[in-house]
Design a protein around this ligand. Structure first.
Ligand SMILES: NC(=O)c1ccc[n+]([C@@H]2O[C@H](COP(=O)([O-])OP(=O)(O)OC[C@H]3O[C@@H](n4cnc5c(N)ncnc54)[C@H](O)[C@@H]3O)[C@@H](O)[C@H]2O)c1
Length: 419
C-alpha cells in the first residue's frame, strides 16, 4: 500500500485519538456495523480529500467496513493531524497522503496520489478533487459515479460549474443537508473557532469587542459562543436579511470600516474574498487579532497586510505572526489566515461530525443504489437520509419525541379545516 505521512512512529497516539472520537460518533459506528455485514461499497475505489482528523478517520473506517478501497488526502495543508495519518496507515491499513504543513506542490502531489486510486466515488471538502477532475485529471472523470461535497464553499464552486454547463458528473451537496450544516457549521465551527483562537493566543473573550464577518451558519455559531463567554460581539454582513436577524438576535451590526476601528478580535466566516482589507488594517487598534474560519485564506487580504507592514515577526507564539505596520501598530494574524479551528485546535467536535459523516456514509450507499437515476447536476441529500441520521442521533442522545397521530396527519394535510 502506498502512503505519505509525516511520522509513522506517532501511530499509538493517533489510534488513541481515533478511538476516543469514535466514542462520540455512535451514529457512524452503527452504520459501520451494518456496512460490515451488508458490504454496500464492496470493491469500489474511493478517494476522499478531507481534513485528516480523528473524525475523518472514523468515516474512512466506515467506508472500508462497507467494502470500499479508500485513499485519503488533505483538504487543507495545515489541518492534518499527523498522528491520525500514521494510525490510518499502520493500524487501519487505509492509504493516506497528508503531512501537516505540506507546501503547495506536495498538497497537489497528494491529491493526485489519491486520484491514482481510480475512484468511482469522491469526497471533497472544498471541491479540490472535483476541480482536478475537471482540469488536469479530466481523463479520470469518466469513472466517477458521483462526488460528495462537505462544505459551503465547495457547493458554491460546484453550482458555478453546473451553471456554466461544465459539470461532468453528479455531485451531492452534503453541506446543504440540514443534518449537516445546522449542526456542523453552527455548533461545530462556532465552538471550535473559539477553541482555536484561545489555544493560539490565550485571548480572554470577556469584555472584548469581537467582530464576526458573516452571519451565516458558521458566523452565527461563532457569534453565539463568543457572546456566551462575555464578548461584546459585532456582526458585519452584506445580506440585509442576515443583518436584520443579527440585529434582532441582539448583536451590534455595522460595516467593517466602522468595526475595524473598535474591534479587539476579527474573525471572517463568509466564504468570500478580501473581507478584511488594507483600509481596515490601517485603522485597527494596536495588537488587534485577526483570524479566518472560512474555507480559504483569501477572506483576509494578506498581501495588503504585508504591503502595509514594515516588519513581520513570524511565530511570536505558535500560529501567531506579528505584522508591524508603518504606523507602528501591531496586527496579530493567526494561522496564516487559514481555518483557525483546524490549524490551531482539533476542528469540530466528534459528536457533531457524527451527523455530517453519517450523512456522507449513507449517501455513498444511496448513490450506488440509485446511480442510474442520478442526472449530471448538483443534488440535495434525500430527506429519508436526513431523517434517518437525525432519528439515530436522537436515539443515541436518549431523547424521545412525539409522533403525529392519524388525526393530526389528516388535519395537517387538509386545507380549510380550521375548527
Ligand atoms: N471552519 C470550518 O471548519 C468550517 C466549517 C463549515 C464551513 N466552513 C466555511 O465557512 C464559510 C461560511 O460558511 P457558512 O456555512 O456560514 O456560509 P453561509 O452562506 O451560511 O454564510 C456566509 C455569510 O457571509 C456573508 N458574507 C458574504 N460576503 C460578506 C462580506 N464581504 N462581509 C460580510 N459578510 C459577508 C453572507 O451574506 C452570508 O450570510 C464557507 O467558506 C464554508 O466553506 C468552515
Amino acid at each position: 500500500m502506498k502512503y505519505d505521512v509525516a511520522d509513522v512512529s506517532l501511530v499509538a497516539e493517533g489510534k488513541r485519538r481515533i478511538l476516543w472520537a469514535d466514542n462520540d460518533m455512535p451514529v457512524l459506528a452503527s452504520i459501520r456495523k451494518r456496512f460490515a455485514k451488508t458490504r454496500p461499497l464492496k470493491g469500489k475505489n474511493v478517494a476522499a480529500c478531507l481534513h485528516i482528523t480523528a473524525e475523518t478517520a472514523n468515516l474512512a473506517r466506515t467506508l472500508k467496513a462497507g467494502g470500499a478501497n479508500v485513499a485519503l488526502c488533505a483538504s487543507n495543508p495545515l489541518s492534518t493531524q499527523d498522528d491520525v495519518a500514521a494510525s490510518l496507515v499502520k493500524d487501519f491499513k487505509i492509504a493516506c497522503f497528508a503531512v501537516c504543513g505540506e507546501n503547495r506542490s506536495t498538497y497537489y502531489k497528494h491529491i493526485y496520489a489519491a486520484l491514482d486510486n481510480k475512484p468511482v466515488i469522491t469526497f471533497d471538502d472544498g471541491a479540490d478533487l472535483v476541480n482536478e477532475l475537471h482540469g488536469r485529471r479530466a481523463k479520470d472523470a469518466h469513472r466517477i459515479i458521483a462526488s460528495m461535497e462537505e462544505t459551503t464553499t465547495g457547493v458554491i464552486r460546484l453550482r458555478a460549474l453546473a451553471n456554466q454547463g461544465k459539470l461532468k458528473f453528479p455531485v451531492i451537496a452534503v453541506n446543504d443537508a440540514a443534518s449537516k450544516h445546522l449542526f456542523d457549521n453552527r455548533y461545530g465551527t462556532g465552538q471550535s473557532t473559539v477553541d482555536g483562537i484561545i489555544r493560539a493566543t490565550d485571548f480572554l473573550m470577556a469584555g472584548k469587542r469581537v467582530v464576526a464577518a458573516g452571519y451565516g451558519w458558521c458566523g452565527r455559531g461563532f457569534a453565539m459562543r463568543a457572546r456566551g463567554m462575555g464578548a461584546i460581539v459585532i456582526i458585519t454582513e452584506v445580506d440585509p436579511i442576515k443583518a436584520i436577524e443579527a440585529s434582532m438576535d441582539g448583536f451590534a451590526v455595522m460595516p467593517m470600516a466602522q468595526a475595524a476601528r473598535i474591534g479587539d478580535l476579527f474573525v471572517t466566516l463568509t466564504g468570500d474574498k478580501n473581507v478584511i482589507r488594507g483600509e481596515h488594517f490601517r485603522v485597527m487598534k494596536d495588537r488587534a487579532v485577526v483570524a479566518n474560519s472560512g474555507h480559504f485564506n483569501v477572506e483576509i487580504d494578506i498581501p495588503a497586510l504585508k504591503k502595509l507592514s514594515k516588519k513581520i515577526r513570524r511565530n511570536v507564539r505558535n500560529h501567531v505572526d506579528e505584522y508591524i505596520l508603518k504606523n507602528n501598530k501591531r496586527i496579530h494574524l493567526l494561522a496564516e489566515g487559514r481555518l483557525i479551528n483546524l490549524a490551531a485546535a482539533e476542528g469540530h467536535p466528534a459528536s457533531v461530525m457524527d451527523m455530517s459523516f453519517a450523512t456522507q456514509a449513507l449517501e455513498a450507499e444511496y448513490i450506488l443504489k440509485y446511480k442510474s437515476k442520478l442526472a449530471v447536476a448538483v443534488h440535495d441529500v434525500p430527506m429519508e437520509i436526513e431523517q434517518k441520521v437525525c432519528n439515530l442521533k436522537l436515539k443515541s442522545m436518549g431523547i424521545g419525541i412525539d409522533k403525529l397521530t392519524p388525526e393530526q396527519v389528516k388535519y395537517l394535510a387538509a386545507f380549510g379545516e380550521g375548527t
